[in-house]
Design a binder for this molecule. Sequence first.
Ligand SMILES: Cc1cc2nc3c(=O)[nH]c(=O)nc-3n(C[C@H](O)[C@H](O)[C@H](O)COP(=O)(O)OP(=O)(O)OC[C@H]3O[C@@H](n4cnc5c(N)ncnc54)[C@H](O)[C@@H]3O)c2cc1C
Ligand code: SF4
Ligand code: SF4
Ligand code: SF4
Length: 396
Amino acid sequence: MRTHVFYNLPESACYGCQACAQICPVGAIEMLNNREGFLYPKINSTKCIECNLCEKTCPTQENVVNPLFHTLPKDVQAAWNINFEDRLTSTSGGIFYVLGRKWIENGGIVYGVDFDDHLNVVHTRVNNIAGLQRLRGSKYVQSDITGILQQVKDDLKNGLKVLFSGTPCQVGGLRTFLKKDYENLVCVDLVCHGTPSPLIFKEHISFIQNKTNQKIIDYKFRGKEKTGWRAYIKYIYPDGKSEKKIWGNDFFAYSFYKSRFNRKSCFSCGFSRSERVGDITLSDFWNAEKYYKPLRLQRKYGFNLIMCNNQKGQNLLRKISSDIESITLPVDVAIKGDVRLRHSEPIPPERDSIFEEFYLHGYEWLTKNRCIRHSWRNKIIPIFIKNLIYEIKARI
Ligand SMILES: Cc1cc2nc3c(=O)[nH]c(=O)nc-3n(C[C@H](O)[C@H](O)[C@H](O)COP(=O)(O)OP(=O)(O)OC[C@H]3O[C@@H](n4cnc5c(N)ncnc54)[C@H](O)[C@@H]3O)c2cc1C
Ligand code: SF4
Ligand code: SF4
Ligand code: SF4
């Protein structure tokens, strides 16, 4: 009898995309939290009818996932939203928001990631601009996608136009779950560094709340208003006041940067490659200014990489062309610029021991003993001076 999804799949390979759990015809698969706080499928062997649908749907299986990848485009775009406010409130250049707005204005539905009332990171469905605004900004935590794949399928079958955004493994899971392409579906995948543990993020929020004696009602991973693209973390309190921390001074953000709390599958991720599963791929466009110098002036407020991976992607990009500025560059520039378009992250040496230390000593102990050691330069040069130096260099 089966106890895990299928006998040859190690836990470390499972993306947690939930395609298996949501496709099982008899509801035999439950998603349960493991010790690190990530959801994994568990089969109830008394319910299972051995139909193998879970294995046939799982994007870890090469024969299942390989047909999903699109041919690499020759060119890509460095692009940003011409509405400055929208650009500022987004992570990179605010392209996701333009795509979503156009989609909703044309009567479509957008799926993306928001915080719920308890700051859990969840996939959600929106059909209006207020909802779309909540999806803006990267939440660097694995989102809970429970029930969403079936909801997307229902929308598609009801003839609604769906724009689905997520990590590549979530887009992959959706596409294997759907089994076929739908004319009325466009998928946006992000170039993905990995997703940290929801459990550790919860501990982080409790830690800050206990320290400040205030409830946090919203959280921004990449605030840009004050320091431009050299982003900071922002905790927002019920009275509307907020606190800002540079990444190096926020233990969770620093650990994300070091990939310490990522799901194990992120270190052997089959989606960390240049051929993509999304119709459109979005990310920051790293190092683009090396190849096209005028882009240095755009770095301060961020700009996107846009990869249109098929005709659907190109059609959508055409629809937003009057709302964005863009520069076309060869795809190699993007691939050279971001390691996640070539292969997955190496596992950091402390990845497993830090979870053990968390269980032994607690989160607060980690923040004191496993935090960043600032160099003297980081300590004494304020961020606005660094920005100023960058801007002067950009204009030379
Ligand atoms: C976990 C994660 C890791 C990333 N790693 C990289 C990287 O290594 N290199 C890189 O260049 N870019 C990375 N990105 C992408 C980058 O942060 C921006 O999301 C992207 O450039 C889009 O920016 P934007 O300004 O167009 O839109 P934004 O307004 O920032 O777009 C937000 C979009 O991200 C989605 N989203 C937010 N949080 C999550 C989440 N937890 N899971 C799934 N989808 C989410 C929203 O639904 C929305 O579609 C990552 C994003 C995430 C969420
Ligand atoms: S990768 Fe997705 S489909 Fe495969 S076992 Fe994990 S949750 Fe299930
Ligand atoms: S083999 Fe079929 S019934 Fe059993 S868990 Fe997988 S999908 Fe469900
Ligand atoms: S790195 Fe890969 S496995 Fe990890 S969240 Fe991103 S796409 Fe999924």
